[in-house]
Design a protein around this ligand. Structure first.
Ligand code: DLL
Length: 434
């Protein structure tokens, strides 16, 4: 099923809509946000200069730093009284990034999330358990309102207390699970430890995952743990842009459809800021064209992706973004080589003898970068044989060397010994920064 007719407009129709909305949004920012007006003035631009979608590239970027510089409400286009909700993203240091919604923004957000939920197979028949942490994170309340809107029965169980989550699943007949991919794996593992086979003993048939990346081998691991019949999709979003609801995968699993009547995507070269031709990989930049309170223009997401305009078999005409390769600020530079944690995950999860949990520790010793990857064994049986452990370690190192082009230390650890995460997983510790 397709939730909204806007998901199937022709390219010409969508572009017309985008241009009208872009013009209004640029004017709104120019009139109401002194910081953005100053940037446009500096670039010698007036709202009337935006005459075609191609002119988008003339506009100045917005970045996280702009939000910081204007903390908390300086980039908002409306007085605080018009806000009905505030969220904030979890900065690890300093002040958080604050975002706000008018009543109309809430409607748009709900609509966008309803679309991506339906893309992932959700319907009013579903009992949806939301295992994102409720609070300032946009994930839980975003999915909550979107799923309620399509008529699903929502269980706001939040994250943590995993055994109780499983009890709710059994007792309430949960059919749809909302979580980060890493927490979904953890819940599945705990269910198994409780003697359940999630594919048979639970009714969960849809996984709507997001908030962090899910590589293809991780999706395979999800089927292994939750059962082959689970519909596993991921969706993408960001607090600054709206929260969840920017894009989501449909059943074809060929990238995430962007809600293009609300967001205009571009891909740029992260170093030069130049817009790249369709199909090339680079940093995703998004312009919000329907929001009222915080309609960010050309927001630099730091996420690395590619746009795909080829038609999708699902019938939607909206452009798809490739599942992220990572964030430009997640990229590790090890002895001069660029390494994305997702590349490491791809290698590790293809090796059957090891589990889905890993930790990457980067350090500098004697002026040389080192990388140690701690990997969990899938089961205890190998622990008894030094020879087999050594062989496995060499195999992992060799596979990593082929993909990364550099040598990493590999440390095999006992099953279930690495930390588990109830929200977004933290897989990398870079001791060079401390
Ligand atoms: O994570 C919004 C969200 C919640 C999206 C729940 C989907 C589901 P933030 O906390 O602001 O917002 O974090 C945004 O998370 O820039 C990406 O780096 C990462 N991210 C979100 N979804 C995905 C995904 C929410 N499907 C940051 N794949 C983004 C990879 C993702 N990374």
């Amino acid at each position: 099923m397709i939730w909204a007719k806007e998901e199937t407009l022709s390219r010409k129709e969508i572009e017309k809509l985008q241009l009208d909305r872009l013009k209004k949004t640029v004017k709104l920012n120019y009139d109401k946000v002194p910081a953005y007006r100053a940037k446009m003035d500096e670039a010698g631009l007036k709202p009337e200069d935006i005459k075609s979608l191609d002119d988008l590239k003339l506009l100045p970027f917005t970045s996280k730093q702009d939000l910081r510089d204007n903390y908390p409400f300086g980039l908002f286009t409306v007085p605080k009284k018009e806000l009905v909700r505030i969220h904030a993203s979890s900065g690890t240091t300093g002040k958080p990034t604050v975002v706000g919604y008018t009543r109309n923004d809430m409607k748009i957000w709900t609509e966008c999330v309803s679309r991506i939920a339906v893309m992932g197979g959700a319907s009013d028949e579903d009992v949806a358990q939301i295992c994102f942490g409720y609070g300032m994170f946009t994930g839980a309340l975003g999915l909550h309102f979107g799923l309620e809107n399509i008529g699903a029965t929502v269980i706001p169980s939040s994250s943590g207390n995993t055994q109780k989550q499983i009890m709710y699943m059994q007792d309430f007949g949960t059919t749809l699970l909302v979580a980060t991919p890493s927490y979904a794996l953890h819940i599945g593992e705990v269910a198994r430890q409780m003697g359940l086979d999630p594919g048979k003993d639970l009714k969960v048939r849809i996984g709507l995952f997001g908030g962090e990346g899910m590589t293809e081998p991780m999706r395979q691991e999800m089927y292994r743990i939750w059962g082959e019949n689970m519909m596993v999709t991921q969706n993408y979003g960001m607090s600054e842009l709206i929260g969840p609801g920017v894009s989501g995968e449909c059943h074809q699993l060929c990238g995430m459809h962007i809600n293009e009547d609300h967001f205009i995507p571009e891909i740029i070269d992260p170093d030069t800021g130049e817009v790249l031709p369709p199909g090339e990989k680079g940093e995703l930049v998004i312009t919000c064209i329907t929001k009222e309170a915080l309609p960010l223009i050309r927001y630099r997401t730091r996420d690395i992706s590619r746009l795909m305009y080829e038609p999708c078999k699902c019938g939607r005409t909206t452009v798809r973004m490739e599942n992220l390769s990572g964030r430009s600020d997640d990229m590790l530079i090890i002895r001069g080589v660029n390494v994305f944690p997702s590349q490491i995950e791809e290698v590790l999860l293809k090796i059957p003898e090891i589990g889905a949990h890993y930790e990457i520790v980067v350090d500098r010793k004697n002026h040389l970068d080192t990388m140690e990857i701690k990997v969990e064994l899938a089961d205890e049986s190998l622990l008894d044989s030094y020879a087999k452990l050594g062989e496995l370690e060499s195999k992992i190192r060799a596979n990593l060397r082929v993909v990364l082009g550099l040598d990493a230390m590999v440390k095999l650890v006992a099953p279930r010994s690495l930390q588990r995460f109830e929200g977004k997983a933290k897989r990398v510790t870079d001791l060079r920064k401390q």
